[in-house]
Design a protein around this ligand. Structure first.
Ligand code: LLP
Length: 418
């Protein structure tokens, strides 16, 4: 096999004992490939972020809910959050104990609360109205609430989850209401959480919001935990040598702030963070096949099986993912040219990479979409009645193992009344 344009995966020995062409011949395309070593390394980065003893990392499986990956993350000592009964269910299946799961609810029904209460997981509510509902069905219970600390961050306005323009959290001016409702239903407020948004490469907003949550936390005497949220970014432009988030600097600052809070609060309560992307993004490469190459007027289109049913981020948020090229034949690419890489979905917006300067791409080449381990498979769909891809893990010993089968046509019709 020829690695035509593959510096990033090559340097990381991403594909272990195998290579992208072999993998796609064996498992088909499109396919998500994950590297266990990188996944474990990222778990360890996050566990080492803060030096405070009672610190834990909750993985956010909305970024990637594959059971095998969650098991690996669990084996690294991370805990987990959940955003739905389905995530609670899969987390339990992965071996988590209920008390290790924090259910961060958002506009949920009584039935969902009851599911979480019966499962025995920790629960956080997102509004005073939901606190009332929780109080009515579980008086005397323990509950956390999500604060909107007034400061947001994120790579796109759709993923900024704090501040004035978002549905999330309880604003500081409503804290009195939280106390009133808690008293009315004899609820014990045992945690406060926040999540300011997804993907920051500088720690300033995170630190500022941490200051804000801590000043609210001082008003509650029985806290068991404070959860500062996720959002830690990864460099998506590795081919252009984009620097990494400086975890050491952010971690040192957070450790100092936490230390002084704990000294004042008088209790070594637990501090959590809840990263999703940082843990899984870089451990995933999506492989697809070039089925057609054509020129429409001035644009050269590379037609692949990487439709936005497989990876929606570029279409949904204009996100950038670096592209690699792998080739079975020895044909060299003699020139570089601007190309637009598209999928097989019947929408003009079905573009995975626009106007990229890449070495010449031919039919049957395999393309690798880098850093697609987070919000890749988990946001995939059956749009156009296409099958969701398979997932393969490159294990620590370098050998591949399938960890989710590709959908079948039967899967598409399973819920019809035939
Ligand atoms: N905690 C809560 C409450 C969240 O809502 C999220 C993400 C996380 C933690 C994890 O955030 P992370 O560390 O992964 O940034 N689909 C978008 C990202 C949406 C994030 C949703 N919430 C994307 O593909 O960029």
């Amino acid at each position: 096999m020829n690695f035509i344009y593959s510096k990033v995966s090559h340097e990381k020995k991403f594909f272990g004992n195998t290579d992208p062409v072999q993998l796609t011949e064996k498992y088909g395309t499109p396919i998500y490939v994950y590297n266990e070593n990188i996944l474990r390394e990222r778990c360890r980065d996050m566990k080492g972020l803060i030096s405070y003893k009672n610190f834990s990392v909750n993985f956010s499986p909305k970024a990637n809910g594959n059971l095998e990956l969650i098991k690996i993350i669990r084996s690294e000592g991370l805990r987990v959050d959940a955003m739905s009964p389905g995530e609670i269910y899969v987390n339990l299946l992965a071996g988590y104990k209920p008390e290790e799961i924090l259910y961060i609810s958002n506009n949920v029904s009584e039935e969902e609360f009851l599911y979480a209460i019966h499962a025995g997981v920790k629960i956080s509510v997102d509004s005073v109205s939901q606190l009332e509902l929780f109080g009515r069905i579980n008086p005397g219970g323990m509950v956390a609430f999500r604060l909107n600390p007034g400061v947001g961050a994120g790579h796109h306005e759709k993923v900024v989850t704090a501040g004035q323009k978002t549905k999330f959290g309880i604003e500081v001016s409503s804290i009195g209401e939280v106390k009133r409702v808690a008293e009315e239903y004899n609820l014990s407020i045992t945690g406060i959480n926040q999540h300011i948004g997804s993907l920051f490469m500088e720690g300033d907003a995170y630190l500022k919001s941490t200051g804000n949550i801590l000043s609210v936390a001082k008003q509650f005497d029985n806290l068991e935990f404070i959860d500062l949220g996720g959002g830690f970014g990864i460099p998506y432009r590795k081919q252009a040598n984009q620097p990494r988030l400086n975890l050491k600097e952010l971690g040192d600052k957070l450790s100092a702030v936490i230390r002084s809070f704990v000294d004042e609060y008088g209790k070594e309560i637990e501090f959590k963070i809840e990263p999703g992307r940082y843990i899984v993004a870089e451990s995933g490469i999506l492989l697809g096949k070039v089925n057609a190459v054509k020129k429409n007027f001035k644009t050269k289109f590379i037609g692949t099986d990487l439709g936005f049913n497989v990876l929606v981020r570029p279409v949904m948020y204009d996100s950038h993912h670096d592209i690699e090229i792998y080739r079975k034949s020895g044909t060299p690419s003699l020139k570089e040219e601007p190309v637009t890489i598209v999928g097989n979905i019947c929408e003009t917006g079905d573009i995975i990479a626009k106007e990229r300067h890449l070495p010449e791409i031919f039919e049957n080449d395999i393309l690798g979409v880098l850093d697609s381990g987070a919000y890749g498979y988990s946001m995939s769909s059956n749009y156009n009645n296409r099958l969701r891809p398979a997932e393969v893990l490159i294990q620590e010993n370098g050998k591949p193992r399938i960890i989710r089968k590709r959908d079948t046509l039967d899967d598409l019709v399973r819920n019809f009344i035939l």
